[in-house]
Design a protein around this ligand. Structure first.
Ligand code: PLP
Length: 392
């Protein structure tokens, strides 16, 4: 019997990607920019703001523009720049996330201030967020921006976070890198922030092999983003620069992959959600393991990764790490949740506001194989390995 590795999340092509790439080669658009870049941006814009797919389109009156970039990290960097973040400024950031959410703060010489999660969505806790803002203001500095993340595809508490943000007049950068295809109260994730970012890295719900996008509120912000992403050239026949620029645009070849992937995005979301259902069933009878799900019907998750929490006291001694190692022996990849940023050596000096939720999640949380390309045979292997682990 074959025992090939079952991955946490691997690229899953739809079939049409090659056609868009061939088109680019035929027209010699093997350069940054080109028809695939424009087409890909249009596809995403349509998906976020006026789409009729199962997770709902944008709310009426909502609109935005999309700029395809070389990565989600680049998109965060350009969002922070456009919000005026400079050396010595403070930026509030969800602690339970991937380091890419926080690194661009440091690129600008600014200081990340990390915020704990709440239990329901595992994302930024609105109460701790407010406590942090009041305390930073009392200490003499009002934070410049809030980075909130839809972790593993589950929307953060959008209304509550926006309420706090607007009370203090601080803009929100929505890190939707893991949440393309998710929605909150019928509005797509990636459309909520003053700026929103998407990622098309190889492990995300759809991929361009590497890439990202910045979603802006206006055409003007879109143009500014493109200006910064293409080396900040002044309008002159020669190369003149009055500002520092970046080389952050997506290539026309990569965008071709993206166009092909957009055709199958809804299928990918359905498949990831089915994996989540599979785990709900699988762990239904296993005491001490909880499959993380959305709090209520306001939240629609793409379930990019399925997450469980293991309570050692109730499982009879099986903890997260024992399960992870057991799966590994069976050539099944699983991974602890993101190690919170305030626990990272590189961010040890950054302020943190919390009460232990993120630490506990890191301690007992595990991400399970969630790819849209997993087969019945893979699910069968996972199922048998899990049963065996908890039988002992
Ligand atoms: C993947 C990811 C990013 C960064 O995206 P890249 O395209 O890999 O640069 C940012 N934030 C979160 C939460 C992510 O998961």
């Amino acid at each position: 019997m074959s025992n090939e590795k079952i991955w946490l999340s691997s690229p899953h092509m739809g079939g049409k990607e090659q056609e868009f790439i061939n088109e680019a080669f035929k027209q010699n658009w093997v350069a940054p920019l080109g028809p695939n870049v424009n087409g890909f941006e249009e596809d995403i814009k349509k998906y976020l703001f006026n789409d009729s797919s199962p997770s709902g389109g944008g709310r009426e009156g909502d609109s935005g523009e999309v700029v395809a970039l070389s990565s989600g990290t680049a998109a965060l960097h350009l969002a922070l720049i456009q919000l005026g973040v400079e050396r010595g400024d403070e930026v509030l950031c969800q602690s339970m996330t991937f380091a890419a959410s926080a690194n661009p703060i440091v690129y600008l010489g600014a200081i990340p201030v990390f915020i704990d999660s709440e239990e329901e969505t595992l994302n930024i806790c609105p109460e701790e967020l407010e406590r942090a803002i009041e305390d930073r203001i009392a200490k003499g500095k009002k934070p410049k921006a809030i980075i909130a993340v839809h972790l593993y595809g589950t929307p953060y508490k959008v209304d509550e976070v926006n309420q706090v943000a607007s009370t203090y007049g601080i803009p929100v950068i929505e890190d939707s890198a893991e949440a393309l295809g998710s929605s909150y109260k019928g509005q797509k994730c990636g459309s909520f922030g003053e700026f929103s970012i998407l990622s098309f890295n190889g492990n995300k719900i759809i991929t361009t092999s590497g890439g990202g996008a910045l979603v802006t509120k206006s055409q003007k912000a879109k143009e500014r983003t493109i200006f910064l992403a293409t080396q900040a050239r002044d309008a002159a026949p020669y190369y003149q620069h009055s500002e520092i620029g970046y080389n952050y645009r997506l290539s026309n070849v990569s965008a071709g992959i993206g166009r092909g992937q957009m055709l199958v995005l809804d299928d990918r979301v359905a498949a990831r959600r089915a994996m989540h259902e599979f785990y709900v069933d699988l762990f239904n009878d296993i005491e001490g393991v909880e499959v993380h799900s959305v709090p209520d019907n306001d939240y629609f998750s793409n379930h990019w990764l399925s997450v469980i929490r293991v309570n050692e006291k109730q499982t009879g001694g099986i903890n997260r790490e024992k399960l992870r190692l057991f799966l590994e022996e069976n050539n099944i990849e699983s991974r602890p949740l993101w190690k919170p940023m305030h626990m990272q050596p590189v961010f040890k000096d950054s302020p943190y506001y919390g009460k232990g939720v993120a630490e506990a999640l890191f301690e007992n949380g595990l991400c399970l194989p969630s790819g849209s390309n997993l087969s019945d045979k893979d699910r069968d292997r996972i199922s048998r390995a899990v049963m065996e682990c908890f039988k002992k």
